[in-house]
Design a protein around this ligand. Structure first.
Ligand code: FA5
Length: 357
């Protein structure tokens, strides 16, 4: 850059300004530098502007020739400035076009598709079997009142049967100072809720999450799913219960499966039973079988005829209506069906396990 001169301008000094300005301009690679260049030659205090200002100190004749030269110099610098800016912009555009070029021949990245959790799948499979038999599907609250989880199921306070369900209580007490709210320990409270809200005939299954204050092991989680079933109407008998569950076992585990009922106790059914299927791994032989632990049978659910006290509790006429109910653990059914040896795999969030389903 040439410093503005205090000397009167001459043709040589103007040529010198042009020469050095153009040489400098050619070496500039970005717009900021070009703007600084413009300020230093053509700006208010720029060297060429200073020349134009000092023309008045020249003789008239000299002023005409030197002035014309200086004006021509200004036009030259402005033209070349414009060229340089265009050149820099075009260069930047070319560079970005080659840098950001889209290679349409590259193979695409495969989209990661999510999938249903194995519990969701088995719960849907179970529900579908019952839907095909005319059952509807309903859901209910996971935070439940003691009233529905126990009282309405013929399990009053102090009843020893409460010990069958290790309970996670909420920090809420009723006016009598009793713990009143809990994470439901089973889906059975929905029996009373459904019966309170409609009249027979009723046929529903209730899938949902349950919680128990439980030490976990290969077959016990502290949170797990259940699918409850309830049918209430006129003339429903134990034969209907047997037929329904028999159909379910065959649809889930195969036509050749045998089922076995044994007496069991649940305060909200009478009589109560548990249902086993003959082991699909050893075909009921039992001998040395890891799945059924030598017994030839695998227990899959609890069931029974709805206890008259439960029907009375919701105001049903027990002379007119009877019903059956059942409750099963879908994770245990999935374990049996797919040979999973530990229930804790279901909720450990290990994709190596979950991707297998
Ligand atoms: C009940 O919960 C009764 N409400 C079932 C019932 C309903 C009986 C209607 C009669 C009429 P039980 O505690 O046995 O019963 O649990 C039922 C099923 O839930 C079990 O067979 C098992 O498959 C599953 N289950 C129970 N506890 C756990 C647990 N800790 N982890 C995983 N699954 C469990």
């Amino acid at each position: 850059m040439t410093e503005p001169s205090a000397q009167p301008p001459t043709a040589q000094s103007i040529d010198e300004i042009i020469r050095s300005a153009l040489a400098e301009l050619e070496s500039l690679e970005n717009l900021e530098a070009v703007d600084q260049w413009r300020v230093s030659y053509l700006g208010r205090r720029g060297s060429l502007t200073a020349v134009l200002r000092s023309l008045s100190s020249l003789e008239v004749e000299e002023r005409r020739t030197i002035g014309a030269r200086a004006n021509q110099a200004k036009i030259t610098l402005e033209d070349r400035l414009e060229d340089r800016v265009r050149h820099i912009n075009e260069d930047a555009l070319k560079r970005s076009a080659s840098r950001d070029r889209l290679d349409v021949t590259l193979p695409g990245r495969p989209a990661l598709a999510g999938r249903l959790h194995p519990t969701t799948k088995i719960v849907r499979e179970i529900c579908n079997v019952f839907v095909a038999m005319g059952f509807g599907v309903v859901e209910g609250p996971e935070v439940e009142w003691d009233h529905y989880n126990f009282e309405m199921l013929n399990i009053p306070k102090g009843h020893p049967a409460r010990d069958m369900w290790n309970t996670l209580w909420m920090d809420y007490e009723d006016p009598a100072g009793e713990k009143a709210m809990l994470l439901r320990t089973h889906t059975s409270p929905m029996q009373a809720r459904v019966m309170e809200s409609r009249e027979p005939p009723i046929r529903v299954v209730v899938p949902g999450k349950c919680y128990r204050y439980e030490a976990t092991d290969a077959t016990h989680e502290w949170h797990f799913y259940q699918v409850e079933g309830l049918a209430v109407g006129e003339g429903i008998t134990f034969a209907d219960l047997k037929g329904t569950l028999y159909e379910f076992a065959r649809k889930m585990f195969g036509e050749e499966r045998q089922i076995r009922f044994r007496c069991d106790y649940f305060p909200f059914v009478e009589p109560g039973v548990d249902l086993s299927i003959d082991c699909f791994a050893c075909d009921g032989d039992g001998d040395g079988c890891r799945i059924c632990r030598d017994s030839g049978w695998i227990e899959i659910l609890g069931a029974g005829m709805v206890h008259p006290k439960v029907l009375e509790g919701v105001g049903y006429d027990t002379g007119k209506y009877t019903g059956f109910a059942f409750g099963m653990g879908p994770e245990r059914i999935a374990m049996l069906k797919y040979g999973i040896d530990d229930i804790r795999h279901f909720y450990a969030n290990d994709l190596r396990f979950l991707r297998q389903f």
